[in-house]
Design a protein around this ligand. Structure first.
Ligand code: MGD
Ligand code: MGD
Ligand code: MO
Length: 632
């Protein structure tokens, strides 16, 4: 049977399930142009989640601090009874939060149900909103060439994408390209992972890529190597050039820690063409993340490395854009900023009385977890739809357990490739759970049917309408996937702005000086083996591990035989310290995902701050220190 992975991962794999005497097995679909038969550890890991003894399989109601199993009828009656009077008074007092815990058409439809009720919703994102907004500002669209085109580049300049952790199929594309002569230069704050897929590495302190892109532009401009045709198709050129003139090469070397020879090497690469620029999510999670992305976009455009095969900017594509959601209809809602959701709820007027959270462990994954836990616990009624007792679920008044990936049928796009994947229901869910769509349908009935929610099949078919006979649900069921566009070369005829011109960035912000008491920049990165916080209690490695250079500030003074704490102005967390000589000395890495309830949860140390664009979370701006004992 053909199904798919609906996790919040770029690769969106097509999968083959077989059941034999030996049990259920799952492998990558060899026919899918990106999956190519290969799957990652998260797949086996998900099988363990489905069968885990920690899985919640009946609704749980909190009564005087302890959990009580109740029936679905009781649970949904409880929800309707709480929600109805709020809807009658002012629907914006009900807040809906959802994220990418599982993706798919029916998940989006369940989320739309709350919009239709007129609830408050969220905007911005914990993930990629900054880079998306930067792309929209510069190009007027979020799209890139077919990812397999990377193989046609002479050089791939990888601005901080740790592909072996975040996207093993992209890692495979890079390795294949390297075999065929393409070279990969990675610009990153170090870390061993980059070695396996890079021909050359330039180490940069986090948050400063914009100065490196500016330095390269300056060299290319001074040597007359910028592409005059592309420059004619820009807005903001004089102001942009004035910024180049305001900075000396020496100053930019100091800011980036990269020497002149390396900057010249990078300029030579961009001058030769075609060079593809791969942008990670990491570099946009800083206070000036939007500027970081925009300066790299400007470099790629002006050097003539956009709109041709083998070149281009590769950040993201919109995974939902391949599907048509217009049939759901427009809604009008009050919207709160997700990265600052704690203070947003506190100051909301009218206030939030009820919240419904699905597919998100927001307490664990958004900044300032301790405060968030307090804020959510303080809401009159919190409903969390989750299969595990996460840091968020623990704050709830009612937990509703959903069916999970492979237990329901759906369709998913990808933010990496042009494939649309069909996810069949491959296993039976435990009897006590309901799908996200199923439970909101029942709630809708109890509320007197304010929304029209079609059947699952109809939802999937509706999303395929633009493809008429070319891509039908039946065809997807048979093939497992469909390819939407073959070999697009985006921005060949100019950008998607109405005037077709590229919008150059015309300012650059200085990097704020860190408080000397907190000399280390904290990178709270994904964990190769798990998706975000989807880690079972038994899979936790505690105390959490952090990695830094042995000569990082404050480290030589530590007593390694004593307990070590990671400290920020928000709190402290006991950690296990491991050395990595390849890391930039001012950087410390924490592989996030472990739960605060169990002794992890790095977001309790991270202040809620917004990036410069798109309402993103500036997680990686956080400064910390290591210490043995509490400082007086
Ligand atoms: N296994 C696994 N895969 C996943 C996920 C998961 O949880 N687990 N999550 C998925 C999701 S939703 C996302 S958004 C992606 C995230 O995928 P990635 O883009 O890999 O994002 P990060 O891990 O946040 O950052 C990657 C790298 O950015 C570098 N970096 C940080 N700051 C800077 C900077 O200022 N400049 C430069 N040049 N580099 C910097 C860090 O060294 C880090 O190695 O992964 C997806 N894939
Ligand atoms: N410090 C720090 N924090 C970060 C980031 C960072 O760089 N640094 N980056 C972030 C990024 S890239 C992202 S994308 C976000 C991720 O933030 P979240 O989306 O909140 O991450 P998950 O931990 O995957 O939480 C999803 C939850 O959904 C549940 N779930 C799974 N399947 C289903 C389902 O079918 N239905 C329902 N109702 N629930 C389901 C899972 O059990 C899990 O608890 O957070 C980020 N948080
Ligand atoms: Mo993400």
């Amino acid at each position: 049977m053909l199904t798919a992975c609906t996790k919040d991962c770029p690769d969106a794999c097509s999968l083959i399930v077989t059941e034999s005497d030996k049990g259920f097995s799952i492998k990558g679909n060899p026919e899918h142009p990106i999956t190519l038969g290969l799957t990652c550890g998260k797949i086996q890991n998900h099988l363990r989640r489905l069968q885990s003894k920690n899985r919640i399989t009946a609704p749980l109601l909190k009564k005087e601090g302890s959990w009580q199993e109740i029936s679905w009828d009781q649970a949904l009656d409880f929800c309707a009874k709480k929600i109805k009077p709020v809807l009658d008074r002012d629907p914006s007092r009900l807040l809906h939060i959802h994220d990418g815990g599982a993706r798919g058409v029916t998940k989006e439809t369940a989320a739309w149900f709350f919009r239709k009720l007129g609830c408050s919703v969220t905007h911005g994102s914990l993930c990629d909103a900054t880079g998306i907004q930067a792309s929209l500002k510069d190009f007027g669209a979020l799209k890139h060439n077919d990812i397999r085109d990377l193989g046609q580049a002479d050089w791939i300049v990888n601005w901080g994408r740790e592909v072996t952790s975040s996207s093993i199929h992209l890692a495979a594309i890079l390795q294949k390209a390297r075999k065929n002569g393409t070279r990969v230069l990675s610009i990153c704050p170090g870390g061993r992972a980059f070695r396996s897929f890079s021909d050359r590495i330039m180490t940069i302190p986090p948050g400063r890529d914009r100065f490196l892109a500016l330095a390269v532009l300056k060299l290319l401009q001074d040597s007359g190597q910028l592409d005059s045709k592309q420059q004619k198709q820009c807005n903001g050129l004089p102001e942009h050039q004035a910024v180049l003139d305001q900075h000396s090469l020496t100053e930019l070397q100091d800011l980036t820690g990269i020497n002149e020879e390396d900057i010249r090497f990078l300029a030579d690469i961009y001058a030769k063409r075609p060079v593809a620029s791969l942008l990670g999510w990491g570099l946009q999670r800083h206070l000036f993340g939007g500027e970081n992305v925009r300066w790299i976009n400007a470099l790629a455009w002006q050097s003539g490395n956009v709109g041709i095969k083998g070149a281009g900017i590769y950040f993201n594509m919109s995974s939902n854009s391949l599907l048509d959601y217009s049939w759901l209809g427009p809604t009008t809602n009050r919207s709160l900023s997700l990265p600052a959701i704690g203070s947003e709820i506190k100051t909301a007027d009218p206030g939030i009385e009820l919240a419904w959270i699905a597919r998100s462990n927001v307490v664990n994954q958004a900044p300032d977890s301790r405060r968030l836990a307090e804020v959510f616990t303080g809401i009159d009624c919190l409903v969390v739809v989750d299969a595990f007792m996460t840091d968020t679920a623990a704050c709830a008044d009612l937990i509703l357990p959903p069916s999970l990936m492979w237990e329901e049928e759906d369709l998913v796009g990808s933010c990496l490739h042009y494939g649309l994947q069909y996810a069949a229901r491959a296993v039976s869910p435990p009897p006590g759970v309901r799908s996200d769509l199923g439970m909101v349908k029942e709630l809708n009935d109890r509320l007197g049917g304010p929304a029209h929610l079609p059947s699952r099949q109809r939802c999937l078919e509706n999303c395929l309408r633009p493809y008429s006979q070319d891509i039908t649900l039946q065809k997807l069921k048979t093939d497992g996937f469909a390819w939407i566009e073959e070999n697009p070369v985006v921005f060949q005829e100019g950008t998607d702005h109405p005037d077709g011109r590229f919008q150059l960035i015309t300012h650059i912000s200085p990097e704020p000086e860190p408080d000397p008491d907190y000399p280390l920049r904290l990178l709270s990165l994904i964990n190769k083996n798990f998706i975000h916080s989807q880690v079972l209690p038994a899979e936790h490695v505690l105390p959490p591990r952090v990695e830094c250079h042995p000569r990082a500030p404050g480290v030589p003074e530590l007593d390694l035989n004593q307990k070590i704490f990671l400290v920020s102005p928000l709190g402290r967390l006991e950690v296990d310290l491991v050395f990595d000589h390849s890391l930039e000395t001012g950087t410390i890495v924490y592989r996030r995902g472990d739960w605060m309830r169990l002794g992890g949860g790095v977001n309790q140390l991270i202040k809620a701050r917004l990036t410069d664009l798109g309402v993103g979370a500036a997680y990686y701006q956080q400064q910390v220190r290591l210490e043995n004992e509490k400082r007086q």
